[in-house]
Design a binder for this molecule. Sequence first.
Ligand code: GDP
Ligand code: IMO
Ligand code: MG
Length: 423
Amino acid sequence: MAKVNVVLGTFYGDEGKGKIIDYLSKDADFAVRCTGGNNAGHTIHVDGKKYAFHLIPSGILNPNTKAIIGNGVVVDPKVLIEEIENLKANGHEVNNLYISDKAHVIFPYHIQFDQLLEDLRDKDDKIGTTKRGIGPAYCDKFERSGIRFEDFISDRFEGLLKRNVGQRNKILELYGCEQFDSNQILEEYKQYAEILRKYVTDTVSMLHEALEQDKTIVCEGAQATLLDIDFGSYPFVTSSNPTIGGISTGSGIGSKYINEVYGVLKGYSSRVGSGPYLTEEDNEIGDQIRELGHEYGTTTKRPRRCGWLDLVALKYAVMVNGITGLAINHVDTIGKLDTIKLCVAYKHDGVEDMKFSTNPDYVEKCEPVYEEFEGNFGEISHIKNREDLPEKAKKYLSRIEELVGVPVKFIGTGAGRDELIVD
Ligand code: GDP
Ligand code: IMO
Ligand code: MG
């Protein structure tokens, strides 16, 4: 029986998914990126080198793993080419990359509209997007004017691009903005299409052949549950489904094939961009966590908002994704604090429970309820077995398992590839 394992973010992204995918890819025939675009930034530290992937699946570093950019991804070709070049410069041949013919292409007008639509929002209503054109590219996909890779590398490209640029220019004129020159975009993007042509294929058939041959596949979610367009803190979310459903629609792999669903989190939490964040510590503690965890955006370099781990939100992520195992990164980082707080319930309307909702009226009423744990775990990055962790760290991890009802399978003890306990 084929084995499909899934890696998903449980909070607001940047939980260390890249590192877990890199580990799982060691034994995987395929690594598939299913949703999002270059709003994602997945960092992996290998042999003293730091890789930051925005579009290429983090499994690419294993040459025997075929890395697929699935149909659910929106691809900025310029960024993808830069990523390929960077890998080549670091000694990787990139012969194991495939792009779905159904993935959509991001164009300069998407990036322009991302900026424009943010500018038009009121100050306290801004999403804080990565301004990579992600939302507008998904808008085109669902409005049915998007350009897929199968169009991008065909003779249809010129006509479709000219139609789209013509339509966007009419809107830009209304806003009094500078217009795009379709010939200029065409010249530039035709070159990108030629470079990428050899990677484009029918990845759905490819994956189904692999399933028939009982291959091992790891599916890489980008972003995270609370950034999901349906289940996240709408409208402060991304424009795709980074939850379990997006894995199937973004790859063509039906749910019956899925084995493990790993939910990735950190020993604390972080968020980049606007929106509610109940356990945020917008103070010296948050600053301390940010510095200890180097919490600055991989994609936009923005300082991440930081706070305590929220088990009410985690339980929700477990519920909507059917998570079977947890991967907790940055246990080393949280263990550097003297005292650690863990949100174990919300207090609302005079009651304390684990009810979660993204409804703003409900969120406004909620206050986090904390339990305190002893920190100062000491140096743990060399530890390879959970039993060998200090008692204080074990107590913290066991409490998370107990309240969420899902076992911890991976424990991150440092940023390095090997700084991981696998249970
Ligand atoms: P992703 O978007 O979920 O893949 O996560 P990012 O790569 O954006 O952010 C996670 C950051 O934490 C990266 O800089 C990783 O190198 C780092 N990291 C991952 N796991 C650990 C860990 O267990 N300990 C420490 N100290 N750093 C980690
Ligand atoms: P990874 O895969 C953290 C956030 C943005 C913004 C919101 C919408 O590295 O975990 P978008 O550009 O998608 O329209 O922005 O979503 N966001 C992320 N935050 N990690 C990510 O990806 C993110 N991708 C999008 O900051 O708040
Ligand atoms: Mg990231």
